[in-house]
Design a protein around this ligand. Sequence first.
Ligand SMILES: [Zn+2]
Length: 374
Amino acid sequence: MRQSIKKLVEISRKFGKDKNYTIAGGGNTSFKTDKELWVKASGYGLANITEEGFVRMDRKKLDVISSKEYRKEPFLREREVKGDLEKACIDKGKRPSVETSLHNAIDYAFVIHMHPFLINAILCSNDVEQTVERLWGNDVLYVPYTDPGYVLFKEVEAGIDIFRGRNGYCPKVILLQNHGIFVGADMVEEVEMIYTGMMNDILQTLPSNARSLNFSDLPFELEYEVSLPDEFLKSKGLLFKGRNNRLIERFSRNRNEFSKISAPFTPDIIVYCKSNYLFIETSIQQNSLAIENAIVKFHTENGYFPKILVLQGMGLVSIGESEKQVNTALDVFEDQMKIAWFSDFFGGQHFMEPLQINFIDSWEVENYRRKISG
Ligand SMILES: [Zn+2]
């Protein structure tokens, strides 16, 4: 057992550090025996996680969540489920990941959940079903988009049952549309093999000149080349940071390219970058008052200041309250661009739909409200 937890920590760090697999400490991992489950606690990033970052849970109590009747209203229901999750914790004082029940439902010792952009390029594309079928056929379970939380868990659980009936075993790979992937196996080595194999399968379908995953930097002097309204932003307690590279250059070229990244692909992107982004045309880039007006107009329309500005022909800018926040938003939005870049090869970009975005937005508001009232 000690040995298995050590392996869980090792593989979590390895995947957590690899930007091809996850960004901003996203994703989560677990190990289980028949009776207990160790799952990543919320608030801990995978890249430097230690044993401390996992919560030990009672699986019998987790099973209760599957059969219990909860209230219909989504936010009240999520609160009840959260209460039951807390009851299942053997270690107190740590919050288990909201995706814990999914980990519990997958019948393998190790489960690694990631949001790799290459896999999400397929999961956020128009041809998702045909592509999954063509590449992996009946070996994987594909689940169309469902709002995160309890409903997603029940949907996946039902999918696992059907898969098991058809194939005679629990799926090792579960693909969630506009979200990410779960891989389970009894050995960590097998989890790694499955991930590497799937990444290779995808790369093989791309034209050979499109297989590079690296987009080198094209630095630019933000203060010098664009007149951002820095006094205005400062007065709002906001700072900003810019970035450019071959990837960003493409999607900031014109409004048509911008339209391919103009809505979120996954709930994670909404958490860090919100769901609307501001395109700043070349014609106003030297006019800081015009940029300020565009930002104010955006605020009026959306109720928040934009976290992401796309400067035509220039690059990407993130606005936020701290250095850490803007760096994370830049990483996450670059990941959004990578998804868009590669989904071109699978029938084009498929964003989250307005109702789905709305649910995440109100969930965020709900969480925030609870945080300050608690
Ligand atoms: Zn996830």
